[in-house]
Ligand binder design. Structure first.
Ligand code: FMN
Length: 370
């Protein structure tokens, strides 16, 4: 069933929420190509930094990735309202406010989850943003600051009263960071208290987890973050499972590494060879997780410096796992990219559409296992 977030209608129930260092233009492009209806969001963007750098690439959106939100963080209502306006001008379908980030660098300055300890200020921020933009305003937060101050229900009610059109609740406190299990029961209390859509979040790694979360919380949708790392096809698997009860297999190792290569090519095309390859390394580690006897290859992947090196290491790993047939399939998929020249001529200055063009439009995940 579609979800209505203010004036925005979202076709699916699955949301890939903001992840700094992950949900950039290239990752989102992959997710969008394998799942047309899920909700997407950018990485978090500092409202303060936008005062000095209004053309932040963190707010780059491609034309075909809607519905998508831009997430901002900060704690000064006027600065946040200005940032929200910029997000609207850049084409976001909604603006999301980060009130959940637990990292000390963020919370020490009253940003992120620190706002859960300052509900009056949080309310001022939502009110200021709500009156400055036409797009829906959403908020992402946690259960509370720590075990003794779990104020998520009152906090959610306050946000709804201030004009929030939807919320995402991660079932942990700030003190927990990522430790222990997400508490879906507390998320259910928030859902029960609010009339705006609520996305439940925390510890969904398989399609069945998503179904269990929705059942346990009665939430309108489910937000899936870490489960998508090196595993973007989790999103269409969840969507299909929720819609039809059918559990698709995960792609085989060849498809998985073709997609890893595609991801890296996109990173290099968009961010240039230096930044693109260095940021690709952690994605490669995620894509190769769990592959039998991959340790020596993973070690080499942490040191790659070019698209060619990435192709070579992955091709060797594919051969070990899937023999010569697998390697041929991998290399023939890689032929569609201009490996030697990718990212070379416009070091890190490619606009979103140009970068994504380098990826072509061939369907992803076409081989065995689908
Ligand atoms: C690498 C990484 C970066 C993240 N960056 C953000 C962020 O920028 N904004 C935000 O609201 N949450 C951020 N999160 C939190 C996730 O959106 C999500 O709430 C959390 O990981 C719990 O969901 P999960 O169990 O599905 O991973 C980040 C999480 C990870 C793992």
């Amino acid at each position: 069933m579609p979800i209505k977030i203010g004036s925005l209608t979202v076709p699916g129930r699955v949301y890939v929420p903001p992840m700094a260092g992950v949900t950039d233009l290239v990752f989102r492009n992959i997710v969008r190509r394998v799942d047309r209806g899920c909700l997407l969001a950018t990485e978090m963007v500092s409202s303060k930094s936008l005062q000095f750098k209004s053309d932040s690439r963190l707010m780059d959106l491609a034309s075909d990735e809607h519905p998508i939100g831009i997430q901002i963080f900060g704690h000064e209502p006027e600065v946040m309202a200005m940032a929200a306006k910029m997000a609207e001008e850049r084409g976001a379908d909604f603006v999301d406010i980060n009130m959940g980030c637990p990292v000390p660098k963020i919370t020490n300055g009253k940003d992120g989850c620190a706002l859960m300890r300052e509900p009056d200020l949080a309310k001022e921020i939502v009110t200021a943003i709500h009156s400055s933009v036409k797009i829906p305003v959403t908020v992402k937060f946690r259960l509370g600051w720590d075990e003794s101050t779990k104020n998520c229900v009152e906090f959610g009610e306050m946000l709804e009263g201030a004009g929030a059109a939807a919320v995402t609740v991660h079932g942990r406190t700030r003190a927990q960071r990522y430790a222990g299990n997400a508490d879906w029961t507390m998320i259910a209390f928030v859902k029960k208290a609010l009339s705006i859509p609520v996305f439940g979040n925390g510890d969904v790694f398989e399609p069945e987890d998503a179904a269990r979360l929705l059942e346990a919380t009665n939430c309108d949708g489910v937000a899936v973050a870490r489960g998508t790392l090196g595993n973007p096809w989790l999103i269409p698997r969840i969507t299909k499972y929720l819609d039809t009860g059918i559990l698709d297999e995960t792609p085989d190792v060849v498809d998985r590494l073709i997609l890893a290569m595609h991801h890296c090519i996109g990173m290099i095309a968009y961010k240039g060879i230096r930044v693109g390859t260095s940021e690709s390394r952690r994605h490669l580690i995620n894509y190769t997780k769990g592959i039998h006897k991959s340790a020596p290859y993973r070690n080499r992947l942490t040191q790659v410096n070019s698209a060619r090196e990435i192709v070579d290491v992955l091709a060797e790993l594919v051969e070990q796992e899937a023999g010569m047939d697998g390697k041929r399939r991998f290399l023939s998929a890689v032929e569609r990219y201009d490996i030697e020249n990718i990212g070379k001529f416009d070091e890190g200055n490619n606009g979103p559409e140009a970068a994504l063009k380098a990826l072509g439009s061939a369907p992803l995940l076409v081989g065995a296992g689908r």
